[in-house]
Design a protein around this ligand. Structure first.
Ligand SMILES: Nc1nc2c(ncn2[C@@H]2O[C@H](COP(=O)(O)OP(=O)(O)OP(=O)(O)O)[C@@H](O)[C@H]2O)c(=O)[nH]1
Ligand SMILES: [Mg+2]
Length: 440
């Protein structure tokens, strides 16, 4: 699915990651690659420019949070901007306590009837009582098609093949199901004498039944036209949500994705095949993660944000003046753990921050657990001034924490090593060193 977009984005990221120095030139090259990929994948040119400009501006102006490399930061910016393009979180909100009405809009062959049946099945499986209304009076066989599709999920269909007025059918269907169903989906015509007539009919149907949401169904394979098509429908009847179909085939998909930007409406579902179960709820963050070939990007993003708190300036100052306590060390250990799991996440990204050895990180984290329990067994006096720990205190601490004497000696050695390094290093190096400590 969306192979060209995915491959293009991943190639751009790989190139960025492979660059030695991420300077302005490298950022601009990355943004150019991004722009080219978006346009080649049928994303509307204006949208492609907007996205790449935002990425460039942020990449050049925003500082990478402490502990996060410039490369990681740029990828996270790309991710955020792509997810923003797709309209953020939150799917279709329906309540079982009322009759929710949905109207399907879209041009001929976009997949409205198929999606109507897919949605009916999706929601009846989730406990909704669903009725569908066949308000397509143009296409011969439209009613039969809907009946056949709906029958497989035991959903009721309202139709009236003698009536030629789609608005009347839609209103009558609504009346029939009101009160007894919790979800009514109205399938409309895509075929019409002319586009203007179609848009007019849409307007009247929507005005007549006053649905909770109008859903625009867009064929993912039609490329650049998507944007204008979405805009035209949106002007006729405000679009509340989008379903992009046929993303299973050779769809470049970018155009359909940009439809979301054209209407400001979210994509609720995507159609990924002709079978009735080929419908996926659309989650932008997951989708962009899949495009970029990265596992759990959301978690990564949260960590990039959290990483900002790693450096506590006051503590750094205190440590640099030579007054380092075991509690300071404890705080450092905690933050290293956070940083360690972030690195592990990064490591799952192909070609990313490559040097991380997760076995080593696990080992480091285990050691930190040991150190923590030892520090917790110290008296306040010992924590503030670890030099006081003689061999009898050492044995007491080991016993109290359930660790060995050797473990305690190792921690004290770490403390001394750290303290002497602190004395000889400057602020920035100190921060880096503190982070590295957990990985030795
Ligand atoms: N591969 C694939 N085919 C799909 C998908 N959704 C719909 N189709 C096919 O697209 C064709 C048109 O689908 P319909 O549901 O009839 O489209 P429509 O919008 O109702 O068309 P009109 O009623 O003529 O306006 C059918 O052959 C469907 O099987 C999808 O997600 N993937
Ligand atoms: Mg149809």
């Amino acid at each position: 699915m969306l192979d060209s977009l995915r491959e293009g984005l991943q190639a751009a990221v790989r190139k960025l990651v492979g660059t030695n120095v991420v300077d302005e030139k490298a950022v601009k090259e990355f943004v150019r690659d991004l722009q080219r990929t978006l346009i080649q994948s049928d994303v509307n040119v204006r949208i492609a420019l907007e996205v790449s400009e935002r990425v460039q501006k942020r990449a050049l102006e925003e500082k990478a949070p402490g502990g996060v490399t410039k490369k990681d930061q740029i990828v996270s910016i790309l991710y955020e901007e792509l997810a923003r393009l797709l309209g953020g979180e939150g799917g279709l909100q329906l309540s079982k306590d009322k009759t929710n009405i949905l109207v399907m809009l879209g041009v001929q062959g976009s997949g409205k009837t198929t999606v109507t049946a897919k949605l009916a099945r999706f929601y009846s499986k989730r406990g909704f009582k669903v009725g569908v209304v066949a308000a397509d009076t143009f296409r011969p066989g439209a009613v039969a098609q809907l009946k056949t599709l709906a029958a497989s999920s035991g959903v009721d269909v309202y139709s009236d093949e003698k009536e030629k007025d789609a608005v009347k059918i839609a209103k009558e269907g609504r009346k029939q199901f009101e009160g007894t169903k919790s979800l009514v989906i109205i399938d409309t015509a895509g075929r019409h004498k002319e586009e203007k007539g179609l848009l007019q009919e849409m307007k009247e149907v929507v005005g007549g039944v006053k649905p909770d949401a109008t859903i625009l169904v867009i064929d993912g394979t039609i490329g650049q036209q998507c944007y204008n098509q979405a805009l035209a429908f949106h002007q006729a009847a405000p679009v509340g949500g989008i379903i992009v179909t046929k993303l299973d085939g050779a769809a470049k998909g970018g155009g359909a994705l940009a439809a979301s930007a054209a209407t400001g409406a979210r994509i609720f579902f995507i159609g990924t095949g002709e079978r009735i179960d080929d419908l996926e709820e659309f989650v932008p963050t997951r989708f962009v993660g899949r495009l970029l070939g990265m596992g759990d990007l959301k978690a990564l993003m949260d960590m990039v944000r959290d990483a900002d708190v790693i450096v506590d300036e006051k503590m750094t100052q205190r440590m640099m003046s030579g007054k380092m306590t075991m509690n300071d060390l404890l705080v450092q250990f905690d933050q290293m753990k956070k940083f360690g799991s972030m690195k592990k996440l990064l490591e799952r990204i192909p070609g990313f921050s490559g040097q991380v050895d997760s076995k080593e990180l696990d080992k480091a984290e285990d050691r930190v657990k040991v150190y923590k329990s030892i520090i917790q067994s110290m008296t306040e006096e010992e924590k503030t001034d670890p030099e006081r720990i003689n061999s009898s205190r050492l044995r007491r601490i080991a016993k109290g924490s359930g660790r060995t004497d050797k473990d305690v000696r190792e921690l004290l050695a770490r403390y001394k090593q750290m303290k002497s390094l602190v004395k000889t290093s400057k602020g920035r190096e100190l921060r880096q060193m503190m982070r590295r400590l957990g990985e030795q």
